[in-house]
Design a protein around this ligand. Structure first.
Ligand code: PLP
Length: 448
């Protein structure tokens, strides 16, 4: 304590909250304080520095907002770790030592099934100038087009740079270190990485063929939960879409309390029936995200996010400190693609093609004795006897698939995720190779 006090005294320009906050910041920069170090109780520090406890707690508030300090429950206030977080699970799922002739590990859409951009680009004459940097960040015509197919009438809507951007912008200001956040098991690895980087405790809940199991959600809610993040349709990796009855059951469990519900609809226009949403039951607490990456192209980098006005306003204000808005050039391209009859027909054809590919793939696996659940989307969640053996066997045949473990939040049997939406030809052969890989290793092999 003594050494810290003198380190702060030498770094403090003025005996105010700002002065103390700056001194702590300099002590962290100089290595006097390191990430994880616990700070003395406010009263003790105030006494030693001859400041009032109010001044010290105002300094703590400034430093917490700036991300230098964080509160860590009973451990008190600690120095935050500001080193760059890593997308650990994401990289584990997708990183390969070499490229595959047939890479079904990626989860991306088939480039050949994206709508053509020629007409949309020709319609752009200049980049345009916003009236002000504080203009409405959404093109009014795009807002109208988005709302025309939105699953409910939201209080507010904004366009951002993709679903992951939306999830970060919504969750970062709301999740405090140690908050419990419910996610699906299996779930989307980048979401789990994001939550862990925010210091959240990730609580997995299992799925059946209608969505999140109410019994699991109910058990998770036995302790306080800050948010539930779910995928309403074509769940990645399983392809499960939530039923209307399940949405009602989950909403009932969430009715009391103030849990934020975040719905990540990444299938968007590629999904079959419109997505089910909890917003009809919990309009004041539901955020609905729709990505246009799978349907219109990941490099458009656009998603729309709707929700209660305070949540969407917070996103807008947070963005004003950064990029401000998503390029209106891109918004105009998306507007064209959503309204032009030929572009819409192209997306409809893509939807039908993905549906046919997934159905054929799942049926071919079933014929080989490998049962896969889910109903739609680009991926199949394939049970295997031995994850490593399956990956290696497929790799030796030039086929890349994603390891299942980064998607798993709870202990579970091994799986791999296969982006069957990318299989343009030889579907029967690919399915046979995946089925053989599913049987490779483990007891299945030894039994033979
Ligand atoms: C469930 C889920 N959420 C979010 C994303 C990311 O979407 P975007 O490209 O809009 O950031 C994906 C993309 O694979 C996804 O599958």
């Amino acid at each position: 304590m003594r050494a810290l006090i003198s380190a702060l005294e030498t770094r403090m320009d003025e005996p105010t909250a700002k002065g103390l906050a700056a001194a702590i910041g300099r002590a962290v920069r100089d290595g006097v304080l390191s990430p994880g170090d616990r700070l003395p109780p406010i009263r003790d520090l105030a006494h030693e520095l001859a400041l009032s406890p109010t001044t010290v707690s105002a300094a703590w508030a400034l430093l917490t907002r700036a991300g230098t300090l964080r509160t860590a429950g009973r451990r008190g206030t600690v120095v935050a770790d500001t080193s760059a977080p890593r997308a650990g699970r994401y990289q584990q799922a997708l990183e390969h030592p070499a490229a595959f002739p047939l890479d079904l590990s990626t989860g991306v859409p088939d480039e050949e099934l994206l709508p053509a951009l020629g007409d949309a680009l020709r319609a752009l004459t200049t980049a345009g100038t916003p009236h002000s940097y504080l203009d409405d960040p959404v093109l009014p015509e795009l807002r109208t087009a988005l709302l025309a197919s939105w699953p409910y009438e939201p209080e507010a809507l904004i366009v951002v740079d993709g679903a992951m951007d939306a999830l970060e912008l919504v969750l970062r200001p709301r999740i405090q270190y140690g908050d419990r956040v419910v996610v699906e098991h299996p779930g989307f690895p980048p979401l789990i990485d994001l939550l862990e980087a925010l210091g959240a405790v990730v609580v997995g809940v299992s799925l059946d063929d209608e969505g999140i199991l109410p019994s699991d959600l109910s058990a998770a809610l036995a302790e306080p939960v800050a948010a539930v993040v779910l995928q309403p349709r074509a769940q990645n990796p399983t392809g499960i879409s939530m039923s209307a009855a399940r949405a009602a059951a989950l909403a009932e469990l969430l009715a009391d309390g103030d849990v934020l519900v975040v719905e990540d609809d990444s299938a968007s226009a590629l999904g079959g029936p419109p997505p089910v949403t909890l917003a009809g039951f919990l309009p004041d607490r539901t955020v609905h995200v729709r990505s246009y990456s799978k349907s219109h192209g990941p490099d458009l980098r656009l998603a729309a996010v709707s929700g209660p006005a305070p949540v969407i306003d917070a996103v807008r204000h947070l963005r004003q400190l950064g990029q401000g808005w998503s390029s209106r050039l891109l918004q105009r391209i998306l507007l064209h693609l959503l309204t032009d009859p030929e572009s819409r027909a192209e997306v409809d054809r893509a939807r039908a093609t993905y549906a046919a590919r997934r159905t054929a793939f799942v049926e071919a696996l079933a014929a080989e004795g490998v049962e896969v659940g889910g109903v739609e989307g680009l991926n199949a969640w394939v049970p295997v006897h031995d994850q490593a053996a399956a990956l290696v066997r497929l790799a030796s045949q030039g086929i890349g698939v994603a390891a299942g473990s980064p998607f798993q939040v709870l202990p579970d049997s091994p799986h791999v995720r296969v982006t069957c939406g990318l299989v343009r030809e030889d579907l029967a052969e690919v399915a046979a190779a995946v089925a053989a890989a599913a049987r490779t290793g483990g007891w299945g092999n030894r039994a033979r």
